[in-house]
Design a protein around this ligand. Structure first.
Ligand code: ATP
Ligand code: ZN
Length: 581
């Protein structure tokens, strides 16, 4: 394959099937409850970073809308069409433009070109293991999981994903002390809870998941470098702190487009030992009353990592001095990411070339947050909502749009998942194959052009879903054709839908849902049991024993199993409140 303009090495062009049949139409059935443009950004510690930080204004005219689930989406290509306009390169063949990502540093959509052809280094800031994760906490992981899948599946990149664990900080020390637990036990308990929550939501494990406390020597190395270059200094008092000297770095504020002179020190900034109250801690000296085990020896005295420094040190170790994408929640832009970038660049490193930030999950317009007490934990919510539905819910909105939590929007997500699942099950019946036998083939199937274009347009999942539901609608039409559906046509659409659900991490047949109790193994057992009942009912009807047949039907209905009699036999599904009756 020859190299094409704007396409990285390893980029796998998609086949272009379905291009015209699923790409067009208007935007129908929007989830207005689910998504709003209200960024509701928490006020930064300094002046000057408010406004359209995620670059939404005027850009996502359609990206914040989800396709109709009841009727199938009609596609939603109007809003983002400038970026999905194909470039003609080879005579007679259309190829899509290359991947474009919204870079929150430059505040524009940029063509994505990796440092090293064919490879992508992606760093995302993971959680501080101070508590069990709520659904706001895990949104970033779902959003970047979709990006990662698309980089691999759509572009053939070899992706190294690093998601750190902040396993020591003030909050962890305070909370563990409150609960009379060692800080490391408290931290590890919540690291496990986080891993379980992410696994439950089908988030693929990162390539590396480094803990801050395992990278002290890398941090010291970076501090030494910064001191040597005149950008850091040990505190003037004997606190053992080491600070970054913001005045020594003229580009400080570059990431969030602020000037140092316009910045005010954070209200909780401790000025003792600092040259400037805006200087931030690279290293925190051990304080009296803190556990000895929460400090490590350094040339500057015993202490523990500063939050910002750990990410710079771990990104460098696993991704190199310069890497491709750095991501995280929008609230991390300042001061965390600004400081990460300043200290890394001041140390002579290139650091991240693209910055991506996801918006918040809000409840009644407020950021879902432990401190506000308006949280819903993943563990609690998935007791009543299938993890697949929650995954769909968190991933379906554009990553730069706020998700306002609401029961209705969760129900809509459930309906969307059921629509996909219902279609896939019917199509599988017609082709007479199982999801397991089709898995490998689906993994090698190209996704429709419109779907690829949407994801190449700054991971526009709402638009990609519109294409997916367009295919489901077409697939359903084919299945309903009088005289029986053509098997080859059904199979073709079935594979395309399976491929699309794979990319978004919402394939109902992914074994991960079985492990977490949503579908899969437990469903297979349930299916066998219900089918045995349906066979008994069919036998009763054949014997004209309608009382028994009705009784079986009623028993199933009582536990939430809905039966639909079709020319091909009885089919069953679960009512949305099954299991809670
Ligand atoms: N409501 C939310 N919506 C989206 N992302 C969130 C939300 N709350 C936290 N995050 C993200 O979770 C990640 C980890 O955050 P962190 O562990 O610092 O918790 P936090 O922001 O202090 O949460 P809380 O306010 O609930 O204590 C960050 O990337 C942050 O952007
Ligand atoms: Zn970080």
């Amino acid at each position: 394959m020859s190299l094409r303009r704007g396409r990285p090495l390893g980029h796998r062009p998609c086949c272009g099937r379905f291009r015209s049949s699923h790409g067009g139409g208007g935007c129908r059935g929007v989830f207005t409850e689910l998504v709003s443009h209200d960024l509701n950004a928490r006020k930064p510690a300094v002046a000057g970073v408010e406004g359209d930080v995620l670059g939404l204004a005027g850009h996502l005219s359609c990206a914040t809308q989800l396709p109709a689930v009841a009727g199938g989406g009609d596609g939603c290509v109007g809003g983002g069409d400038a970026s999905v306009r194909d470039q003609r390169e080879d005579a007679g063949s259309l190829t899509r433009v290359s991947l474009r990502l919204y870079d929150t540093a430059t505040r524009e959509l940029r063509d994505f070109e990796p440092v090293e052809p064919g490879r992508v280094g992606l760093y995302i800031c993971g959680l501080t293991t101070q508590g069990v994760p709520h659904i706001g906490h895990v949104r970033f992981a779902v959003a970047f999981d979709i990006l990662r899948r698309w980089l691999v599946r759509g572009h053939g990149y070899d992706v190294t994903l690093v998601r750190n664990v902040t396993d020591i900080d003030d909050k962890i020390l305070n909370k563990s002390a409150e609960h009379d637990r060692p800080w490391w036990a408290w931290s590890y308990t919540h690291e496990r809870a986080t891993t379980q929550a992410l696994e439950r939501l089908g988030v693929l494990p990162p390539t590396y998941e480094p803990r801050a406390t395992g990278h002290i020597s890398e941090m010291i190395e970076l501090i030494d470098l910064l001191i040597e270059r005149g950008h850091a200094y040990p505190a003037a008092d004997d606190s053992g702190d080491v600070y970054f000297d913001v005045r020594s770095w003229p580009d400080y504020g570059e990431l969030t487009h602020q000037k140092l002179d316009d910045m005010e020190p954070a209200t909780d900034a401790d000025p003792r030992g600092k040259r400037d109250p805006r200087d931030f801690a690279l290293w925190k000296g051990h304080k009296q009353g803190e556990p000895e085990t929460a400090s490590w020896p350094t040339p500057y005295g015993r202490g523990r990592p500063g939050w910002h420094l750990e990410c710079s040190a771990m990104a460098r170790k696993y991704l190199g001095d310069t890497f491709d994408i750095h991501g995280g929640g929008v609230d991390l832009r300042f001061p965390h990411h600004e400081n990460e970038q300043a200290q890394s660049r001041a140390a002579g490193l290139g650091f991240a070339r693209y910055w991506m930030h996801n918006a918040w999950v809000t409840l009644s317009g407020e950021k879902m947050s432990k401190s506000l007490g308006n949280t819903l934990t993943v563990a609690e919510l998935t007791k009543t909502v299938p993890p697949l539905v929650l995954r769909y819910y968190l991933g379906a909105a554009h990553y730069r749009s706020t998700i306002e939590y609401g029961d209705r929007s969760l129900e809509e997500a459930q309906a969307a998942v059921e629509r996909i699942e219902g279609y896939l099950q019917r199509a599988l019946e017609v082709v007479g194959e199982s999801p397991e036998t089709l898995r490998d083939e689906a993994a090698g199937t190209d996704v429709p052009q419109g779907f690829a274009d949407a994801l190449d347009d700054d991971v526009n999942v709402p638009e990609a879903l519109a294409v997916l539901f367009g295919a489901v609608r077409e697939g359903n039409k084919t299945l309903e054709q009088a005289g029986g559906a053509d098997r080859a046509t059904v199979r073709h659409t079935l594979l395309a839908v399976l491929a699309m659900t794979d990319v978004l991490g919402i394939s109902p047949f992914d074994p991960i849902w079985g492990a977490s109790g949503a579908t899969g193994a437990s469903d297979a057992v349930l299916d066998a049991l219900v089918r045995a009942q349906l066979d008994a009912r069919a036998a009763a009807r054949a014997d004209h024993d309608f009382a028994t047949a009705d009784s079986i039907r009623n028993q199933l209905a009582d536990v939430g199993v809905i039966i639909e009699d079709t020319p091909a036999g009885a089919r069953w599904s679960l009512a949305s409140d099954a299991g809670t009756r």
